[in-house]
Design a protein around this ligand. Structure first.
Ligand code: AMP
Ligand code: FE
Ligand code: FE
Ligand code: ZN
Length: 290
C-alpha cells in the first residue's frame, strides 16, 4: 500500500516522525509520503527510522505548502500544494517555507487573542508549547481548547471556533499557487494539488484553476481523499486524464488530531512510478531490506 500524504509533530500531526514510520509499517504500508505543513523538519528522523527497518519500505519526502489561488474574479481561495522530492536547500523555495512558517506565528497568536478576548481560557504560550517547534496551526489551538475544557475534541474545535467562517478566524500569508508550482519544479520537485475539492473546508478551486496550475507545471492531483465526495472523485479522475497528470490517494493522516487512519486512501503503483520518475531534487529513501 502507498500513502503519500501524512503529518507528524513537525507540523500539526501527533506522531513523532519515527513513530509515523513505525505506524506506517504496522498499517501495512510499503511506501509513505511525509508531508508536513511548510517544513522539511521531520525528514531526517523519518530517514533514520527507515534505515533501521528490517522490512521493505520506501519514504517519499515532501512538504504540504500553504498556498492561495486568485480566481479570475479576484476571489481568494486558500489551497494546499504537495511538493515531493524537491531539493530542500534550493532557494528561493527554502526561504518561502521559512516565510510561511513565520506567518503562521503572528496569525496563530491573533486567533488566540481573539478567542481569549471572547473569554475562552487559552494562551499563546500553551499553543506554542503544544506545537513544540513544529509549524504551528489551528489544530494546536484546537488542542489548547480541548485542554481548557472548551470543546470535547479538535474536530469540535474546528466546527465551533476555528473554521474559516468563524468570527475568531484570521488568515495567514499564503504563497500564490502558480509561483509555488514553479518553485517546486525549479527545485527538482513534483507538485501535486492536495484535496482540491474538499468542499467542507470552504471555497474550492474550479476546473479552469486546475488547468492553469497544470500549465504552470503541476504534475498530479490528489483524488482519493476523505474530504472528497464520490462524484467529485469521478470528475477529478476524468480531469487528471484530460490534463495528462497522475492521480494520487492518501489518508492525510494527522495522528490523534484527526480521525482518519494511515492507508485509508492509497495511491496506485503506476502513479507512484510517474511521481518518482519526475522527481529530480532528491531520491526516495529505501530501507536496507528490499
Ligand atoms: P491551518 O494550517 O492553521 O490553517 O489549519 C488547517 C489545518 O487544520 C489543516 O491542515 C488540517 O490538518 C486541520 N484541520 C482542518 N479541519 C480539521 C478538523 N475538522 N479537525 C482536525 N483538524 C482539522
Ligand atoms: Fe494539517
Ligand atoms: Fe491539507
Ligand atoms: Zn495535509
Amino acid at each position: 500500500m502507498i500513502d503519500l500524504h501524512t503529518h507528524t509533530t513537525a507540523s500539526d500531526g501527533t506522531d513523532q516522525p519515527a513513530e509515523l514510520v513505525t505506524n506506517a509499517v504496522a498499517a501495512g504500508l510499503r511506501t509513505l509520503g511525509i508531508t508536513d505543513h511548510d517544513t522539511t523538519r521531520g525528514w531526517d528522523d523519518a530517514i533514520a527510522a527507515v534505515s533501521a527497518l528490517d522490512t521493505p519500505f520506501s519514504l517519499i519526502r515532501g512538504t504540504e505548502f500553504s498556498c492561495v489561488y486568485h480566481n479570475a474574479d479576484g476571489r481568494r481561495i486558500p489551497l494546499h500544494l504537495l511538493g515531493y522530492l524537491f531539493d530542500p536547500e534550493a532557494e528561493p523555495l527554502r526561504s518561502e517555507r521559512a516565510a510561511l512558517r513565520q506567518s503562521r506565528l503572528g496569525r496563530g497568536e491573533a486567533i488566540v487573542t481573539n478567542l481569549a478576548q471572547a473569554g475562552f481560557p487559552i494562551t499563546w504560550q500553551r499553543v506554542m508549547e503544544l506545537a513544540d517547534g513544529g509549524s504551528v496551526g489551528r489544530p494546536h489551538i484546537g488542542r489548547a481548547l480541548v485542554e481548557a475544557g472548551v470543546v470535547a475534541d479538535v474536530d469540535a474545535a474546528f466546527a465551533e471556533l476555528l473554521s474559516s467562517s468563524s468570527p475568531y478566524y484570521v488568515r495567514k500569508q499564503d504563497m500564490p499557487a502558480v509561483d509555488a508550482v514553479r518553485l517546486i519544479r525549479q527545485a527538482g520537485g513534483v507538485p501535486v494539488i492536495a484535496h482540491p475539492w474538499a468542499r467542507r473546508r470552504g471555497r474550492i478551486v474550479d476546473e479552469n484553476a486546475l488547468a492553469t496550475l497544470v500549465e504552470a507545471g503541476m504534475l498530479g492531483i490528489e483524488i482519493d481523499h476523505i474530504d472528497h465526495a464520490a462524484a467529485d472523485r469521478v470528475r477529478l479522475r476524468e480531469l487528471a486524464a484530460e490534463l495528462g497528470v497522475f492521480g494520487t490517494g492518501s489518508s492525510d493522516y494527522h495522528g490523534t488530531n484527526k480521525l482518519v487512519r494511515l492507508g485509508t486512501e492509497t495511491t496506485s503503483p503506476e502513479s507512484l512510478e510517474r511521481l518518482v520518475a519526475a522527481g529530480k531534487g532528491i531520491p526516495p529513501v529505501h530501507s536496507p531490506v528490499r
